[in-house]
Design a protein around this ligand. Structure first.
Ligand code: S3P
Length: 178
């Protein structure tokens, strides 16, 4: 095991919680979406608009492969990482996979006023809700640990994840390679 990998729906706090874990546990922080944007020199929403979702998913798998080969990092992934089956073994290989679970209402509230999620549009909340529902079982299947974050702030969620992953590594002391 070498990294802590965060998965969960859009607006589940993967990036903010991930940064906090990294800071507290002296780990690096890596974001798969940021990696995609850096490699393609395009914003995620422009990739979707110009090249389509399928092309984005190809870039996403390539970026996941790249970050999974590193060690000692907290890796935040995009909410759709579980859409492609091929990503499941890559996630497992990358480290301990933590599912940040929250209600759809919490995600919707956190994403209010943001227009950078092509698959979460406030003029089509019904389809975003359907997407949320269709992914619940996939997040569960792909993860080792689930952390429910509805009533937790960033610090609380980060602390809990550090505690749970230490337990996961076995001895109460993290064996994450730095
Ligand atoms: C997506 C989630 C986004 C981003 C892209 C697609 C999804 O990441 O990867 O817009 O399919 O759920 P966040 O979960 O960080 O918003």
């Amino acid at each position: 095991m070498k990294n802590i990998v965060l998965i969960g729906f859009m607006g589940s706090g993967k990036t903010s919680v991930g940064k906090k874990i990294a800071e507290s546990a002296c780990l690096k922080f890596t974001d798969v979406d940021a990696e995609i944007e850096k490699n393609s020199k395009m914003k995620i929403k422009d990739i979707f608009a110009r090249r389509g979702e399928n092309y984005f998913r190809v870039l996403e798998t390539a970026a996941l492969k790249k970050v999974a080969s590193r060690a000692g990092a907290v890796i935040s992934t995009g909410g759709g990482i579980i859409k492609m089956r091929r990503n499941f073994p890559l996630l497992k290989k990358a480290g301990v996979v933590v599912y940040l679970k929250n209600s759809f209402a919490v995600s919707a509230r956190r994403l209010e006023g943001k227009d950078d999620r092509p698959l979460f549009r406030k003029d089509n909340i019904k389809s975003a809700r359907q997407l949320y529902k269709s992914r619940l079982a996939l997040y569960k299947e792909a993860s080792d640990i689930t952390v429910v974050t509805d009533k937790k702030n960033i610090d609380e969620a980060a602390r809990l994840i550090i505690k749970k992953t230490e337990n996961f590594f076995g001895t109460g002391k993290s064996k994450i390679k730095k």
